[in-house]
Design a protein around this ligand. Structure first.
Ligand code: 0RQ
Length: 505
């Protein structure tokens, strides 16, 4: 028994998830491991949700604030949302139950750049952290923690929390030991020093996480896999988007702005980003690198076939097939993947230094290049900004991709004015839809608008956008970024009224 736990202080505190959950009281702020469905605690949140439901049935209030690395899974966000157990949740999330409650207005959600979370916690912006719940692969004889399939904010949670609950998950591959690089050099301003990371492979920290054993109140053994929904199969639309990107990258190489090894790739989450990665292996590249947040199935494929020779991230985000593939060829991947804390994987200083190529999905873009990644119709949050802002602002290139329409053509992905802005026109360089690619670099707003309309808009919406832009150029109050303010969001309002952005006639 306990073959994953080699330190007495930890075996002494072994208990059930139900007993561990007793340490969490109403109103507490609880920081948990987990990043894009990987490395989240599998059993204490469920036991906690059951206690919340019992309290609610007895007419008592039981809600907590939940901080994580990024999205988790039904066993964490899903159960706590169903139990109506959260006052506040931050940062990125993607659980449908949680999303519904946030959008119904029943709880608070704070959407924060992923690189900001740890430092904001240290700055005291989120108050005291009462309890941390962190999944690990095991505990060494020295009492160090072997990180799991994501690192996220775990180092920070372990350092800041008053009490710590550790989940030791025997389903997580023990072969991950040694694949992590945990940096302990971050300090608070004005005492910060440069971070000495100049290539994606650099190790700047240690392979284990430190923990103060005096703060550990419970250790729970679990045996459950990370649970991720499979990606949508690559379809014609995402293949076309990938082809436009490949053509563009080739032209950048020919123009001498990129070498054949490109620059470190960052790839966002979602079906489009996954499909684009799959497309890269068609591009004939070899020996590329990635400095990114998540290793998803598409990235694993690229590492397997040699397209990518080294990837730095903060988390895996694999479907069950992806997990099987990782476990089958773990020795190959061990030498080619490093997981870091998200404050390092997403650090603006490093992203700027390495010159990352940021590839992210979007909900909509407007004709000037402002990008909405988070809020449908300006109000209904989808997942959150995640790390897209960290990379888009600081990357060498920032690319946003989406089909030109959504919901069977009833919504245009290119609109007169974005109904919510996550990435401003100043951060967006390249927009891609299946229709084509808009290269916005070196162009003024009016020039950009014409390029976006000509290259990215769906043919059904292109004349409507052209008409709007032409009239705005004549009638707008100012002629620098022409807009007709009374009309700019009318497409969204029409969709709300009629279920279609296109006018009835
Ligand atoms: O909804 O499945 O209900 O039909 O949005 O859209 O086209 O499958 O695209 O999976 O790549 O996700 C922006 C959400 C795109 C993602 C977003 C609907 C569409 C569908 C998904 P249905 P697709 P993707 C680093 C990077 C922010 C975080 C980020 C995202 C669903 O890329 O969350 O980039 N990005 N992090 O129908 C209404 C529109 C729509 C729309 C799409 N205009 N209006 N619905 N949809 N466009 C990683 C991390 O940060 C962890």
């Amino acid at each position: 028994m306990h073959e994953r736990i080699h330190h007495r202080a930890f075996t002494d505190r072994l208990m059930s998830a139900e007993q561990a959950a007793e340490f969490i009281k109403p109103g507490m702020t609880v920081a948990m491991s987990g990043f894009t469905g990987a490395g989240y605690p599998k059993s204490v949140p469920g036991a906690l949700a059951a206690q919340m439901e019992r309290q609610h049935a007895a007419g008592k209030d039981f809600k907590i604030n939940v901080l994580t690395g990024a999205s988790t899974a039904p066993e964490l966000d899903g159960v706590l949302a169903k139990a109506e157990g959260m006052n506040l949740r931050l940062p990125y999330m993607s659980d449908p139950e949680l999303r519904r409650r946030i959008n119904d207005g029943n709880m608070e959600y704070m959407d924060i750049h992923l690189s900001h979370v740890a430092q904001h916690a240290w700055f005291g912006f989120y108050g005291k952290i009462d309890v941390a719940i962190v999944e690990v692969v095991g505990v060494t004889a020295e009492g160090d923690l072997i990180p799991s399939s994501s690192v996220g904010n775990n180092k920070t949670w372990l350092e800041m929390a008053d009490k710590i609950i550790i989940e030791v998950n025997s389903q997580q591959s023990a072969a991950m030991e040694g694949m992590h690089d945990i940096y302990y050099g971050t300090a608070l301003p004005p005492h910060r020093k440069p971070i000495d990371l100049t290539t994606v492979r650099d190790r700047i920290g240690q392979q284990y996480m430190d923990v103060d054993v005096n703060k550990i109140v419970a250790v729970v053994e679990t045996d459950a896999p990370d649970r991720l929904s499979p990606f949508a199969p690559v379809d014609e639309t995402s293949e076309k988007i990938a082809d436009h990107l490949l053509t563009f990258l080739d032209s950048e190489i020919r123009a001498g702005r990129l070498s054949e090894k490109l620059l470190p790739l960052q790839s966002g989450v979602g079906n489009i980003a996954n499909a684009v990665l799959a497309g890269l292996s068609r591009g004939g590249y070899k020996g590329l690198t990635a400095y990114t947040e998540v290793i998803q199935d598409g990235m694993l494929e690229l590492i397997k076939d040699g397209t990518i020779e080294f990837a730095s991230a903060t988390s895996f985000s694999l479907s069950s097939e992806g997990i099987e593939e990782f476990n089958r060829n773990v020795d190959h991947y061990r030498k080619r993947i490093l997981l870091r804390a998200q404050e390092i994987s997403n650090h603006p200083e490093i992203i700027r230094r390495l010159g990352c190529i940021a590839l992210n999905g979007m909900i909509e873009a407007d004709i000037y290049g402002n990008v909405n990644s988070t809020n449908v119709l300006g109000s209904h949050v989808m997942n959150g900004i995640g790390g897209s802002g960290d990379f888009a602002r600081n990357g060498y290139l920032s690319v946003f991709m989406s089909p030109s329409t959504a919901k069977g053509g009833k919504i245009s992905g290119i609109v007169p004015m974005a109904s919510h802005v996550d990435h401003t026109e100043h951060d967006t360089m390249i927009l891609i839809t299946e229709q084509g690619l808009a290269d916005l670099r070196g162009h003024s707003p009016k020039q950009r608008a014409q390029i976006v309309i000509d290259n990215c808009a769906h043919p059904e919406y292109r004349p409507m956008l052209q008409d709007y832009f032409d009239r705005a150029c004549k009638e707008s109050y100012g002629k620098h970024t022409p807009h007709l303010l009374g009309e700019a969001l009318s497409w969204h309002e029409r969709f709300r009224q009629t279920g279609d952005m296109r006018p009835a006639n």
